[in-house]
Design a protein around this ligand. Structure first.
Ligand code: GLU
Length: 423
């Protein structure tokens, strides 16, 4: 449980999950464990009020957050989430996972995250733009290309990043493309960024599958979430010959034992904004999704969905965490006992922030790379990171998650110690 006065005592909260993950890595950190408190204390958390004039002339207020969890290794980095369930505590956990993710991939960033407690689907395009611009202005004192660089997350996209970039640039009087990543291509965005997270899930997932003796073209895959991460990962598994037998999103669960037609489902989802009503699969009840036979299970939506109960029910060999924080600590233990391999979020979904790093570098140098170069570098970095984590896990006889934390936390805490305490 946290000692911070401003967090709840909920043991299933995302922040509690993060704290439990830190606890598990302490025995493997040697002397550096003395600095671990730094991970339990986010460096900076900004809460902002966002008053928004709605199209009908009324005014509504929304809660906005930006948390910089740790900046020991570089500027803050992490997405901005627009979702009705966003809380300060959730953003804290998401920012902490960014710290670990950046370090696990050895990217020169700390960890940050932002969010607005809003359902973006209820807003018009103009309302969404005003909301984004006011939020950006409010957090403008702590973001910047050398301070903290936002990016898309659940409920945000390249258009939102364009508004953020423009607002920040107007406020400081200079076009500053490097203040956000995940921008449209012609505004300093990077080729390959949109697909990068899903691609990373597929690359690390295929490599993990090989290592545990699964052959991807023979695999049955289930995907929870069919947004930017889930749909891209599903498409790549489908193209590799795997059968994506089940997909669940907020609207429905679809099952097809011969494999769903993923390109057709993706077209349908683009047109309708959800998968419900797609004719090419049998609808299942929400809970039945957790009780089918799969080889690979990909949570690619929100945190906390793999509970101990579901971990006992899941029938698969491999879990690929496309989402951030999808597995509760108790569920992690059960999956390990059941010999189900989990490729943890901080490696599995790090493709997005890795190409964000490429985008940031390209913006600085105003020299842009080809999609081939980006994908080749991304694939190599992801494979090498997984290899290092796998070796560490074997050496310490721990889960891939604890191994990834051991590698990452050593880098973070070493930087913390070497920088020393100010004043
Ligand atoms: N929101 C993504 C994540 O959770 C990407 C963050 C980024 O590109 O900075 O990793």
């Amino acid at each position: 449980m946290s000692s911070l006065s401003y967090v709840s005592t909920d043991n299933n909260s995302a922040w509690s999950t993060f704290l439990a993950q830190v606890e598990r890595v302490l025995p493997y950190l040697g002397d550096l464990a003395l600095w671990a408190d730094t991970l339990r204390h986010p460096k900076r958390a900004l809460i902002v009020d966002i008053p928004l004039e709605m199209d009908d002339g009324t005014i509504r207020h929304f809660e906005g957050f930006r948390v910089q969890h740790n900046l020991s290794r570089g500027p803050g980095k992490g997405g901005v989430r627009f979702h009705p369930d966003v809380t300060l505590e959730e953003v804290m956990a998401l920012s902490a996972w960014m710290t670990v993710k950046s370090a696990a991939l050895n990217l020169p960033f700390g960890g940050a995250k932002g969010g607005i407690r809003v359902d973006p689907r209820e807003l018009s395009e103009k309302e969404l733009e005003r909301l984004t611009r006011r939020y950006t202005s409010e957090i403008g004192t702590i973001i910047g290309p050398q301070q903290d660089i936002p990016a898309p997350d659940v409920g945000t996209n390249a258009q939102v990043m364009a508004w953020m970039m423009d607002t920040y640039s107007m406020n400081i009087g200079a076009t500053t493309t490097g203040v956000v990543t995940g921008k449209p291509i012609h505004l300093g965005g990077s080729l390959g960024r949109v697909n990068a997270t899903g691609r990373g899930v597929f690359v690390t997932g295929s490599s993990a599958a090989d290592r545990i003796g699964l052959t991807v073209p023979d695999c049955r895959v289930a995907i929870q979430g069919f947004g930017n991460v889930g749909s891209v990962a599903a498409g790549l598994f489908h193209r590799a010959g795997a059968k994506v037998v089940a997909v669940q999103d907020h609207s429905a669960t679809l099952f097809e034992a011969r494999g769903l037609d993923i390109p057709a489902l993706a077209d349908y989802q683009r047109q309708h904004g959800a998968i419900a009503g797609f004719a090419g699969g049998t609808p299942l009840k929400e809970d039945e999704f957790w009780h089918q036979e799969y080889d690979i299970f990909v949570p690619a939506a929100l945190e906390g969905v793999i509970t101990p109960e579901r971990a006992r029910a899941l029938q698969c060999r491999l879990v690929l965490e496309g989402a951030n924080g999808p597995t509760l600590p108790g569920a992690d233990d059960i999956l390990r006992q059941r010999a189900i391999t989990v490729v943890p979020d901080v490696i599995c979904n790090a493709g997005g922030v890795t190409v964000s790093y490429f985008e940031w570098v390209q913006d600085f140098s105003s020299f842009f790379w080809s999609e081939q170069e980006i994908n080749d570098r991304l694939d190599r970095i992801m494979r090498e990171a997984l290899e290092a984590v796998w070796q560490k896990a074997d050496a310490l006889d721990v889960t891939l998650r604890t191994a990834a934390y051991a590698i990452a936390c050593e880098r973070i805490l070493m930087a913390r110690r070497e920088r020393g305490l100010y004043p």
